[in-house]
Design a protein around this ligand. Structure first.
Ligand SMILES: [Zn+2]
Length: 211
């Protein structure tokens, strides 16, 4: 066979190759594309409540479906701090979010750090879409406060953290124990967080996975 050369044993034809057969290869996972670092970021206040989602079907007759971080909150199943009940109560308004999955934080009375609230609130995460001055939100929805939006290179983490530490929560003005920030890199579609307390990494988590 013209041009055949086994890279392991230098055989010049498949018949002459003396190598053991190559075991079944694992499914191929390509190395991910690397996004540009110096692009837009959005820094928002991290609210200490419970992660919550609302699925709106494109079928206007289909009921809305509430979710916690990792499961649907179906009728008849355990709720998550009454979020499923809230979605059912406000479903006519919430349908105005439009088709798709809408994530946010469900916070206030009895959840996380409470924020001194007697009621509970839902703050949408997608500031690009729902921040004040953008699309009109359903009246029952808030949005997480934007602390910075712009080029990564011009953002100073310490300034943002100092502002939060000294001036308190923007979500609930007057609440002086905010949790921290959520960093979103638009091109990388990546979320990370920085908390005002206990932000140091356990040493065991600082190694890289094999790649
Ligand atoms: Zn060979």
């Amino acid at each position: 066979m013209a041009g055949y050369l086994c890279r392991l044993c230098s055989a010049e034809s498949p018949e002459a190759c003396t190598c053991p057969p190559i075991p079944a290869t694992p499914p191929f996972v390509p190395f991910p594309k690397i996004p540009r670092h110096n692009r837009g970021i959005v820094i928002t206040e991290k609210i200490d409540g419970t992660n919550a989602g609302i699925y709106v079907s494109s079928d206007p007759m289909a009921p809305l479906i509430a979710a916690s971080r990792n499961r649907w909150l179906l009728p008849g199943q355990a709720d998550n701090f009454d979020f499923g009940m809230w979605v059912a109560t406000y479903s006519d308004l919430l349908r105005g979010l439009g088709p798709g999955m809408h994530w946010g934080e469900w916070y206030g009375r009895g959840i996380g750090r409470n924020y001194g609230l007697q009621e509970r609130r839902f703050a949408l995460f997608n500031t690009t879409r729902w921040a004040d001055g953008r699309a009109v939100r359903p009246a029952c929805c808030g949005v997480v406060p934007t602390l910075y939006a712009g080029d990564f290179a011009k953002w100073t983490q310490e300034e943002t953290l100092r502002d939060l530490r000294e001036n308190g929560s923007k979500a609930v003005p007057g609440f002086m124990k905010p949790e921290g920030i959520v960093f979103y890199h638009i091109a990388a579609k990546m979320f990370t967080k920085v908390t005002l307390e206990k932000d140091d990494a356990p040493k065991s988590l600082e190694t890289q996975d094999a790649v």
